[in-house]
Design a protein around this ligand. Structure first.
Ligand SMILES: [Zn+2]
Length: 356
């Protein structure tokens, strides 16, 4: 039998082999750093969310739409989504890792058993920051957008404290960098809020976009996102206004932001404030990633008149085929999830929901 030990050993010391080893080592270190950032941001997000929820609890007596059970369901949804993102991460993260100590872990597990049971079998419908935005606007109401903006600023300040000088770290902190609000005709009718997708990596973002197309977004928005690459878009009737704000890490405030080229192309005849002037290079995020998507989806769900008047296009005007969109998205997401050790069959999509 041929002995391969010696040649291999010699090869290990050759310059190209050493280079490959060092490259591999660096790659591994980067992966570990990304994992640590997700662990840290998940840990922080759970605690900050719990604090916001506890503060909101005092406001809910006067709001008939929200009960303590509703707030607890939001918390369970956040936990499930963070555990899910940990589970599908390239280097899987156990739910326990997201708690600073065993006592805290046990408390949350006792109070919210469902996320601990379903994170590896059920799918999330939205990212943690979208859940937060929904909870805050539900309690505070939809007309006072200044209150929502300042509440969001406060949360972002808490979540980004440790990463003030490092935008890269911020990218992994589950904090949506942009939020958007849209309305039909007049803001007095209420704003529809949306957050940019905040998860932890390209594959995760693709998964969340596909899941949103399947389950979360309005038919027309799902059509625009799904067909955008091949020139598809939707055209709104007159009267839709859309304002986006980006969180400025240095000042700690939200500042107005024009839409990106992709949103401008997908969502036609929308009055974007501020209007797009020119598009800087490097807008390489995926269709559906922006806060405009979620905000306009909410607007369509709320405003029947807009929903009825919307027109959908591929290369020419078409009738929206949700079934086709869902099947395509399911195919994509099944592949992506299976590559991340989340076993799922095409005909067996279970989404996480808390039984009240
Ligand atoms: Zn955009």
């Amino acid at each position: 039998m041929e002995n391969n030990d010696n040649p291999q050993e010699a090869d290990a010391h050759s310059p190209s082999r050493m280079e490959a080893l060092m490259k591999n080592c660096k790659l591994q270190k980067n992966k570990e750093e990304v994992k640590q950032r997700l662990v840290q941001s998940g840990t922080d997000f759970i605690l900050v969310f719990w604090k916001v929820l506890s503060a909101l609890e005092e406001n809910i007596q006067s709001n008939a739409d929200v009960s303590v059970a509703t707030l607890m369901a939001y918390m369970a949804e956040v936990l499930h989504c963070i555990f899910f993102l940990g589970h599908i991460h390239e280097m899987p993260i156990n739910p326990k890792t997201f708690f600073q100590n065993d006592r805290l872990f046990q408390i949350f597990k006792r109070q919210f058993p469902e996320p601990f049971e379903h994170y590896s079998t059920h799918l999330p419908k939205r990212t943690p920051f979208s859940i937060l935005l929904d909870m805050v606007s539900k309690v505070k109401g939809h007309t006072d957008h200044r209150t929502i903006l300042s509440q969001v600023e406060e949360v972002k300040k808490k979540l980004t404290e440790k990463s003030k000088d490092n935008q890269f770290v911020n990218n992994y902190s589950l904090t949506a960098s942009v939020i958007c609000m849209s309305y039909f005709c007049t803001p007095e009718k209420g704003f529809n809020y949306g957050a940019s997708l905040s998860c932890s990596g390209k594959v995760e973002t693709k998964i969340m976009i596909a899941l949103s197309c399947i389950k979360t977004w309005n038919d027309a928005v799902a059509h625009a996102v799904c067909h955008a690459k091949k020139g598809g878009f939707i055209k709104f009737p007159d009267g839709v206004t859309c304002q986006a704000y980006i969180y400025d890490l240095k000042s700690g405030y939200n500042i107005e932001k024009a839409p990106c080229k992709k949103c401008h192309g997908m969502f036609r005849n929308v009055n974007f404030l501020p209007p797009p002037s020119e598009w800087p290079k490097g807008q390489d995020w995926q269709y559906g990633n922006c806060a405009e998507t979620e905000s306009l989806s909410h607007l369509l769900n709320t405003e029947q008149n807009v929903r009825n008047a919307i027109k959908a296009f591929k290369t020419h005007e078409v009738i929206i085929n949700r079934e086709e969109i869902v099947q395509e998205a399911k195919k994509n997401v099944t592949q992506l999830l299976n590559s991340r050790k989340f076993r799922i069959q095409l005909d067996d999509f279970k989404f996480f929901a808390v039984q009240n």
